[in-house]
Design a protein around this ligand. Sequence first.
Ligand SMILES: NC(=O)c1ccc[n+]([C@@H]2O[C@H](COP(=O)([O-])OP(=O)(O)OC[C@H]3O[C@@H](n4cnc5c(N)ncnc54)[C@H](O)[C@@H]3O)[C@@H](O)[C@H]2O)c1
Length: 275
Amino acid sequence: MQLQNQVAVITGGANGIGRATALRFASEGCHIVVADVQADRGSMVVDEVTERGPRAIFVHLDASNKADNEAMAQAALSEFGRLDILVTAAGISHSNYASGDLEVDMKFAMRRLAYVEQPAMLFCDIELEDWRRVIEVNLTGTFLAMQACARPMIEAGTPGRIVTIASIAAKNPDAGPTAYTASKAGVWMLTKKAARELASAKIRVNSIGPGFINTNMTAMLDEIEDVKDELLQSIPLGHKGQPVDIANAALFLVSDQSSYMTGTILHPDGGFFTD
Ligand SMILES: NC(=O)c1ccc[n+]([C@@H]2O[C@H](COP(=O)([O-])OP(=O)(O)OC[C@H]3O[C@@H](n4cnc5c(N)ncnc54)[C@H](O)[C@@H]3O)[C@@H](O)[C@H]2O)c1
């Protein structure tokens, strides 16, 4: 019970890594605010948390919206009276990404594959609105959530902990589409900057840069045989990770086990970064 009676806000908590983190934290006695665009899936996670003992609420969040982020932090305070932890797992791989809609993802993948002989044109054909949406959700969304949650932590004198979810794509340009890799590199730098600025308030800020994890976001990679083979060859452990592998890293970063760590990034990636 490493997080007994603490309160964690988890963006993107309705699916995948966010959901696994909500459940892992709940098993340690933590109350959870599940914040996501998907209310139906989010409510199911609320039920799964309460089955484990702690309390939970769902809050509708569009990560790119400042007012939504502020309402999310306020919901934690009005429901639970405190806010100790933020995990920012809300994210999209492309502008039309809707978690669980494999058809939309396949269209995106096929469009990219059509450019395989001409990557320069793939780069030149990126639409501004698509670029903006990915940056707004992944990077601006992380910033807005951090800002909204850091304020009440500072006011209450809470030794808060923030964990951002970046990616191996923060450092490796081949690990995702253009806007995605740029947004994740931004999340990593934002994490380091916030770690320095919030250190005086005793708030620790760290990041996780997962490798390929078995969630809705990577389901489409399993559908194309060549892509799947290439992906597995890039992972020394030879398989994708599970969401709980990332949840365990998040638990470490919000627990006292990592009390002297801030501004770091952990890469649970099956050895991807050993080359
Ligand atoms: N799966 C991987 O291999 C992998 C690898 C590295 C990083 N990541 C990152 O992990 C995070 C979680 O992704 P996942 O793999 O669990 O995928 P996922 O699709 O299962 O989860 C993403 C969640 O974010 C939510 N979301 C999307 N747009 C949102 C918005 N505008 N506002 C609020 N919520 C929104 C979705 O509804 C979903 O619940 C993402 O930031 C992703 O970039 C994933």
